[in-house]
Design a protein around this ligand. Structure first.
Ligand code: GLC
Length: 630
């Protein structure tokens, strides 16, 4: 008897202390090892739900038709209700608003249209109470031409003379021309003649956004001080704007800038796509600059303690370059270089293989030990519903909430807000205004920036102004927070359920990931973690009914799975059990399924589990023996 007890006891000990002993070889189904799966602490940002607020359009508290800081503070509980961890705010700083705040005149002052510094401090207090972190937009590439630094630079004030990129231009046949053929992202030459200084200055965006000169150490120090200023105000980090543009090539030894080569596919000489931006984008120095900003954050943290402050980098660049922003063997970079692949690689006609390829592209390129992130939308991109299909909003929210790492939602995507058509007359985005009435729609970002839809009242509950800065969407009576709160399977409620689940589930937070297209129509994401439930997210991207046998692709799944999240397209309900061998998905349906018992999934998750399973049986035998001996 004692002998048996001893064996059982040893088996239990083995199981508790050496769980991996049961896995003589790594689980070859595991494409991607989860974060902290061995029980290490996760940092707050590693599994966070980020939410982007576009302050002009979130909530107007003073009736001027433009959103403001008090509006955000008032509605912050809504973010809590959604399950949001942190919100990043598009710029709130003093600005003439030539690019709606991305043209900053004073980097450490609040724009009066958004409120005062006291309002900002109040917002920080509310956020702290609700435990929602605030991330600010850091716009390093340029300032406004109304910034004091630019004025002084134009006047050749010695302290600021080289703060911007100035050049006398090229003289040809006695005529002065811009220094190079470079084109602005918002059309036309990137060089603007300045009468006062009698030189051209560079502006990669509109001419009211002169580029700062990062080859000047004083500029670098000044901008690091901007970071320190807001860190002292208690922010949890920064989204860094337009990162790939920050450096351009240095002039050659004749002090000349080289022309960029042409792109054959674009015949419009004013259009940004006309040139290949080999001298104005993705210059190698940019990576180190981001590392230096990270060092500023880390130094602040060492000095002041507290939770991680983070950088999220806006990097529309080739994937190999984006990955370098994470850091390297010796330096840390942005914790989250934005993953825009769901925006840039998918369209309305993408099939499940394209979805699989897009998700895997990020995971396969990501350096070991880094955290993934999934950006579905932002204020520069058509809305998810307009880009990938109104009827795919839930499935995309489901995908990003159940993939590993952080997700980034743009305000209104949780409601299924879609692009709003804006007439040429009402168009205000400089990217569109710099074009003409026949092509402006291709360039305008106004359609995704319209006011947030809170209720079915006047101005969709966003404001009580007679006119809002952009028109309100026509669908606001059907698509708004108030109404969607009441419908159990509204986009809003599906979103909430997803993030509740994500918060409760260790598997979703730190488990391993397998991504597979089961057919052209169906994408599956499996998340699993030892000794915990396995989850399966299924998206039917197409319009047909799909019947699938999950065991063909995931042989270690149990015969039945429990439904944990559904959409209004689903025929099954939360709590239903479905058969793994014949599961039906409705058109554009998506589901999250869970193994019914964590023990079951653990015990049957492949032959490698043999020893721990044996341990459990021996332990049960021991309990049986003990009871029979009493
Ligand atoms: C970024 C911003 C965009 C802005 C541009 C210039 O891409 O997201 O809105 O116009 O930078 O600052």
């Amino acid at each position: 008897m004692i002998k048996y007890r001893l064996i059982a006891f040893l088996a239990v000990l083995l199981q508790i202390h050496c769980p991996t002993l049961g896995q003589p070889y790594p689980n070859y189904h595991a494409d991607f090892v989860g974060i902290g799966e061995h029980g290490g602490d996760l940092k707050w940002w590693q599994t966070a739900a980020f939410y982007q607020i576009y302050p002009r359009s979130f909530k107007d508290s003073n009736g001027d038709g433009v959103g403001d800081l008090n509006g955000i503070a008032e509605q912050l509980p809504y973010l809590k209700e959604l399950g949001i961890t942190a919100t990043w705010l598009s710029p709130i700083f003093t600005s003439p608003m030539a690019d709606f705040g991305y043209d900053i005149a004073n980097f450490t002052e609040i724009a009066p249209i958004f409120g005062t510094m006291a309002d900002f401090e109040h917002l920080m207090e509310v956020a702290k109470k609700l435990d929602i972190k605030i991330i600010l937009d850091f716009v390093p590439n340029h300032s406004s031409d109304e910034c004091e630094w630019f004025r002084r630079s134009a006047a050749r004030d010695p302290e600021f003379k080289d703060f911007y990129v100035w050049h006398p231009g090229r003289m040809e046949n006695g005529n002065r021309h811009p220094p190079s053929n470079w084109i602005s992202v918002f059309r036309g030459s990137a060089w603007q003649w300045h009468e006062g200084r009698q030189e051209f200055y560079l502006h990669q965006f509109v001419k009211k956004q002169p580029d700062l000169n990062y080859r000047n150490p004083k500029v670098r120090e000044t901008m690091s001080n901007v970071l320190r200023f807001w860190l002292r105000k208690g922010v949890s980090g920064f989204r860094i704007d337009a990162v790939p543009h920050v450096f351009e090539i240095a002039p050659d030894n004749q002090n000349q800038y080289r022309d960029e080569p042409r792109n054959d596919w674009d015949n419009d000489p004013e259009d940004y796509g006309y040139l290949q931006h080999i001298y104005t984008k993705d210059q190698p120095e940019t990576i180190d600059l981001v590392y230096s900003w990270r060092a500023v954050l880390d130094a602040f943290q060492r000095e002041h303690g507290g939770e991680d402050r983070i950088l999220m980098a806006e990097t529309y660049s080739p994937i190999d370059i984006v990955m370098q922003y994470y850091g390297n063997a010796t330096a840390e970079g942005a914790q989250l270089p934005f993953n825009f692949l769901l925006i840039s690689e998918l369209s309305n006609s993408s099939n499940a293989h394209a979805y699989e390829g897009t998700v895997l592209k990020w995971l396969q390129h990501m350096p070991k030990g880094r955290t993934a992130n999934w950006v579905l939308g932002n204020h520069d991109q058509p809305r998810v519903g307009s880009r990938l299909g109104r009827d795919r909003v839930d499935m995309l929210n489901m995908l990003t909430a159940t993939l590993p790492g952080a997700s980034v939602t743009y305000q209104g995507e949780e409601l299924g807000m879609t692009n709003v058509w804006i007439s040429w007359k009402d168009t205000v985005d400089p990217s569109a205004c710099n074009t003409n009435p026949s092509i402006y729609e291709q360039y305008s970002r106004d359609p995704e920036r319209t006011p947030f839809q809170w209720t079915d009242a006047q101005d969709a509950g966003f404001s009580n102004a007679s006119r809002t800065w952009l028109p309100i969407a026509v669908d606001y009576k059907e698509v708004n927070v108030e109404l969607e709160r009441q419908k159990p399977l509204s986009h809003l409620n599906v979103f909430k359920q997803l993030w509740q689940l994500r918060k409760q589930s260790q598997t979703l937070q730190r488990g391993e990931t397998e991504v597979k297209a089961l057919s052209d129509a169906v994408l599956a994401v499996k998340r699993y973690l030892e000794r915990d439930s396995t989850y399966l997210t299924l998206l039917n991207i197409y319009d047909g009914i799909e019947t699938i046998n999950l065991l063909q692709s995931f042989p270690d799944l149990p015969p039945q799975l429990k439904v944990v999240v559904v959409t209004e397209r689903s025929q099954v309900k939360v709590g239903d059990l479905v058969n793994s061998t014949s599961l039906q998905l409705q058109p554009k349906d998506s589901l999250v399924l869970q193994t019914t018992s964590s023990y079951y999934s653990y015990a049957t998750n492949g032959e490698a589990r043999f020893l721990p399973v044996l341990g459990v049986y021996l332990w049960l035998a021991q309990v049986g023996l003990y009871l029979s001996n009493r």
